[in-house]
Design a protein around this ligand. Structure first.
Ligand SMILES: NC(=O)c1ccc[n+]([C@@H]2O[C@H](COP(=O)([O-])OP(=O)(O)OC[C@H]3O[C@@H](n4cnc5c(N)ncnc54)[C@H](OP(=O)(O)O)[C@@H]3O)[C@@H](O)[C@H]2O)c1
Length: 321
């Protein structure tokens, strides 16, 4: 496993991190706690030291599982978690004030609730789970972040940006008051390359590349007939004729690449090939997926000709609408 420095912090985090949304259950069905914990332990055994969870993932369930595994680990494991919007609206809506979404007291009590779930003394990276650039000059988030750091409850801070709107993070990166942004970045959604990633590099702000496998669209397993358990988030995400659309895009990509390499490996390597990316955080609830994904870190950046082909397969669409 290779490690990269997270922005201005002194954290050296693994290039492959662990996306812990799926292990919260509730929105991702079909897994089990035992299987998830075994996969996470195996990932750590293989050198993974960065986990991204959130209070909202299974209403604290993901944090509890993460805390359990982190507390039993011998080496340092960096834990990132998130403050859910107080109005429980994802993504943040234009025109809705920060006082309704992230008032000062609410950010503090939410971080404290996460610490109780994790049963850890400190959160390594606390992120706001939605962000609206209209709030950049407001005091609430700045004071809450500063006070949590001062109290030793949080080491570093950041925001998780709206789906397919990476530019919503430009102005907060320019404040130099955050350590990291979390953004969708994958072969289909390459928008962050235009402005966000260069700006993060310039300001030395860490980048967590989320949804690298397009919620499974780039897993290599999705077919037109794939069925998700009733109530699973992916049933909604891939609704209507979307599976067909994804299959067509993936087929075209693989045809152009003419590569023997497995699609998920290529998809993760795509993210890590950008130097501004600190870590890529796939969801992986099985040992098989954890082992296969972690192996990508030793492969290094993809060759330019492969990246050039991938650039042509950027796909402008928003399945979260
Ligand atoms: N608003 C936000 O802040 C936000 C939103 C979404 C996601 N996130 C973060 O980003 C993380 C990653 O996104 P995600 O989990 O939604 O989606 P993802 O990483 O794009 O895709 C996860 C899916 O890919 C499968 N997979 C993983 N490795 C594989 C492999 N080697 N071969 C085949 N399939 C593989 C997983 O299967 P199994 O799980 O069954 O192994 C799972 O079904 C989340 O866990 C979360 O931490 C944040």
């Amino acid at each position: 496993m290779n490690y990269r420095k997270l922005g201005k912090t002194n954290f050296k985090v693994s290039e492959i991190g662990y996306g812990a949304w799926g292990i919260g259950g509730k929105q991702w069905l079909g897994g089990s706690d035992d299987e998830s914990v075994t996969a996470l332990r195996r990932a750590i055994e293989l050198g993974l030291n960065f986990i991204d969870t959130a209070l909202a993932y299974g209403d604290g369930h993901s944090e509890k599982l993460v805390g359990r595994v982190v507390r039993e680990s011998r080496g340092k494991i960096f834990v990132a978690t998130k403050v859910p919007p107080k109005d429980r609206v994802w993504p943040a809506k234009a025109g809705v004030g920060i006082e309704q979404v992230f008032p000062y007291d609410y950010i503090i009590t939410s971080a404290e609730e996460s610490l109780r779930n994790l049963q850890l003394d400190t959160i390594d990276l606390l992120q706001l789970h939605v962000w609206n650039s209209e709030w950049v000059d407001r005091d609430e988030w700045k004071r809450a972040f500063a006070d949590l750091k001062q109290a030793g409850k949080v080491h570093s801070v950041g925001v998780s940006l709206t789906e397919h709107d990476p530019d919503s993070g430009l102005s907060i990166v320019e404040t130099d008051l955050i350590d990291a942004v979390q953004v969708i970045y994958n072969i289909f959604d390459q928008l962050p390359e235009r402005q966000l990633l260069p700006l993060c590099a310039k300001h030395n702000v860490g980048v967590l590349a989320r949804v690298p496998l397009d919620e499974g669209g780039l897993s290599g397993h999705l077919t037109e007939d794939t069925q998700f358990p009733a109530g699973d988030f992916r049933e909604w995400y891939f609704r209507g004729d979307r599976k067909k659309q994804v299959v067509e895009h993936v087929d075209a990509l693989l045809r152009d690449l003419g590569s023997d390499s497995e699609l998920p490996k290529l998809a993760l390597a795509f993210c890590l090939s950008h130097p501004a990316v600190t870590t890529v955080i796939p969801g992986m609830r099985t040992v098989k997926h954890a082992e296969s994904n972690i192996a990508v870190s030793s492969q290094g950046a993809l060759p330019e000709d492969i990246l050039e082909i991938m650039k042509r397969h950027a796909w402008d669409r928003n399945f979260y609408n």
